[in-house]
Design a protein around this ligand. Structure first.
Ligand code: 0RA
Length: 646
């Protein structure tokens, strides 16, 4: 083998490849979803997914991800290494093809079990196209190979730079700031939660994340190692860490049905929430799909059969519904599908019909065994289901009251709502404001054409700890439903929302910029997360950011949103300033509130997104649940601002 792979003349196909790379740079969102924070992090997932594929194929068990000082990323794995031999059709090294041809990634690998792949499964060439600079180093067959690229274009042909006993691939890339204009800074926690998730979903792999931008107390770089021996079983324990289980252990299965690998883990806890998380090829399927349908079917039929036979249902006066089997249930369903069909608004809903039966059968079998072998747990679960059915019965009545109010036109709106003039939901906004006095200021300050105000009284109900009929009976929550105009509930899924009549496309939570205010904002967010998740997913929920300080010197006035900003402004005024700390919205007059927090021209709204439902679920159950110590620790760690758009 020659030490250097010579580049022959470009074939027609490689010219097309270049055009493909140009297209990625012209329309990045088509490939990675967006060019904001998500897209930026997606680049890392894309490369790591290739390493995970190597692991799933049985060739790799260690993956390292490093955030470098300059916000470039290095990923390393001990897989086979990207092939470097001459690619006959392209006339260049296979490495160059993998790195520069869109959609080439899988071509070499037809036989092996390739199931991973980022949300868009676009391959490392996309990462290359969107990087200012990328360097690939391959350890393979005793030789170290290297190639570097600028904005996706090779700087030189693949060359050998040394010998080695190792095998694997190292990729270092620096995202192109001209493409990632919003931010090019990596968030450690975002990457950590994805790496942790990948470690749980692919047991046995060791994933290390290191942040070379920051050192801990010992002077070492911030770093975590993610590794799970038990996979989903441990994932459940992690998610449900602050909830109290009611059965003796996590129920887990792992198997293959009709060539579809199925993994499920589940536990019942004392809460009233259903927490289902589903994955296809390591991708979180937020919108569910056929695998989740299979899980629900398997669970319902098996538990129903068992409950009927047990005689425990004999005294029950009404039917048990599907919902009742899932109250207080936390479950993870993970399947690997060779050719997944993704549907739905965000392309995170599995469409493959054949998967339903596979999952349903697998779940039925494991659950039957479990119930058989653990009669005490079985009885506990059935009793929980009966309680849920009774509560649902009560909730239904309460819900019908909300519904009746919602469907009434005009007069049905809550008295406390100061509605806007516009009837067009696209331009309309509603501010949920803590307290009547701030509500009054907001009402004066707003642009009444498109801004509505709904004052909420003090602390709204903590839905994390309340049964759902209590939630639907709560005045403030009823007001939110009727003001927004969303309707709820079918028999099968009592929390499913109908957004077609949503009256405002922006729902803005506006609370004081202090501890109480952020507690209230979290309570409201918890409500949206548990009862109106669709609104968050559709991007309708926002958080207003009122300023912390007013800095004045003579007639000059500036607002500051952080201590740093305050000091910078004071400096720019050359000192001699008066600084007012806003303790609450109530201290601002209507004009100030409009200028800083409500006027679309100047305000900053933070859109609430859910990157990682498991992590969001864990945080809400921790913040709003019963256990105090983890909450205190979280609040202390995040004292400046809790990351609500986690
Ligand atoms: C193409 C083919 C093969 C492996 C890879 C790409 C590969 C890509 C990446 C990206 C990061 N780490 C990676 N490791 C492997 C198959 C290799 C073979 O058949 O020998």
């Amino acid at each position: 083998m020659s030490e250097e792979v010579k580049r022959s003349s470009y074939s027609a196909d490689s010219i097309q490849a270049l055009e493909g790379m140009e297209h990625v740079r012209m329309r990045p969102s088509m490939y990675i979803g967006d060019t904001g924070v998500r897209g930026l992090h997606h680049l890392v997932y894309e490369v790591v997914d290739n390493s995970i594929d190597e692991a799933l194929a049985g060739h790799c068990d260690v993956i390292k991800v490093t955030i470098n000082e300059d916000n470039s990323i290095t990923t390393e794995d001990n897989g086979r290494g990207i092939p470097v031999d001459l690619h006959k059709k392209e006339g260049v090294s296979a490495l160059e093809v993998v790195m520069t041809k869109i959609g080439a990634g899988g071509k070499f690998d037809k036989d092996s079990y390739k199931v991973s792949g980022g949300l868009h499964g676009v391959g490392v060439s996309c990462v290359n196209a969107l990087s200012d600079h990328l360097k690939a180093t391959v350890y393979r067959d005793g030789i170290i190979w290297e190639q570097e690229y600028e904005k996706g274009k090779p700087m030189y042909p693949v060359k050998s730079v040394g010998t080695t006993d190792l095998n694997g691939t190292v990729v270092t890339f620096k995202p192109d700031v001209s493409i990632f204009q919003q931010t090019s800074e990596y968030n450690y926690d975002t990457l950590a939660s994805r790496m942790r998730e990948l470690a749980f979903l692919n047991k046995g792999i060791t994933i290390t994340l290191t942040d070379r931008r920051e050192k801990d107390e010992k002077g070492e770089f911030v770093s975590e190692v993610f590794h799970s021996e038990e996979g989903l079983k441990e994932f459940i324990k992690f998610l449900d860490g602050t909830r109290e289980p009611i059965i003796s252990e996590v129920i887990a299965i792992e198997g293959e049905k009709n060539d579809i690998p199925v993994e499920v883990a589940m536990v019942y806890n004392t809460s009233f929430n259903e927490n289902l998380h589903s994955y296809v090829n390591n991708i979180n399927t937020h919108e569910g799909g056929t695998h989740l349908a299979g899980f629900r079917r398997g669970l319902t039929t098996t538990l129903k059969k068992y409950a009927d036979a047990s005689g425990l249902l004999d005294k029950l006066k009404f039917e048990i519904s599907g919902d009742d089997f899932r109250e207080g249930l936390t479950a993870i369903v993970s399947v690997k599908v060779a050719e997944p069909q993704f549907e739905g608004q965000t392309k995170t809903k599995l469409g493959n019909r054949e998967v339903t039966a596979a999952v349903s059968q697998a779940v039925s079998e494991m659950l039957e065994n479990y119930l058989e072998e653990n009669p005490n747990d079985a009885k506990t679960i059935v009793q929980k289901v009966i309680l849920a059915a009774q509560a649902r019965h009560a909730a239904k009545k309460a819900r019908e009251m909300v519904q009746r109010k919602t469907v009434m036109s005009g007069g049905g709106l809550p008295g406390k709502l100061s509605d806007c003039a516009s009837q067009d939901p696209h331009e309309s906004e509603v501010f949920l404001v803590e307290g009547d006095s701030a509500g009054g200021t907001a009402k004066q300050g707003r642009d009444r054409h498109f801004q509505a105000i709904l004052p909420l009284r003090g602390k709204i109900l903590n839905v994390e700890k309340a049964m759902s009929h209590k939630v639907f009976e709560n005045e403030e929550i009823k007001n939110i439903y009727t003001a927004l105009g969303v309707t709820i509930g079918t028999e099968e899924d009592s929390k499913a929302l109908n957004l077609s009549k949503l009256r405002y496309h922006k729902v803005v939570i506006m609370c004081d910029a202090d501890v109480d205010g952020s507690h209230i904002a979290t309570l409201i967010l918890t409500f949206f997360f548990r009862y109106m998740k669709e609104l968050i997913e559709a991007g309708h929920i926002f958080i207003a950011t009122p300023p912390l300080y007013l800095i004045k010197k003579g007639s000059k006035k500036r607002y500051a949103w952080s201590n740093k900003e305050r000091d910078e402004i004071a400096n720019s005024f050359n000192g001699g300033v008066s600084v007012q700390r806003y303790k609450g919205l109530g201290e601002m007059n209507a004009e100030q509130l409009w200028d800083t927090t409500m006027n679309p021209e100047f305000r900053t709204l933070r859109q609430v997104t859910i990157d990682n439902t498991g992590e969001a679920d864990r945080i809400f159950s921790m913040l709003m649940g019963d256990e105090v110590p983890p909450r205190r620790e979280f609040i202390e760690k995040n004292a400046v601002y809790a990351n609500i758009d986690a």
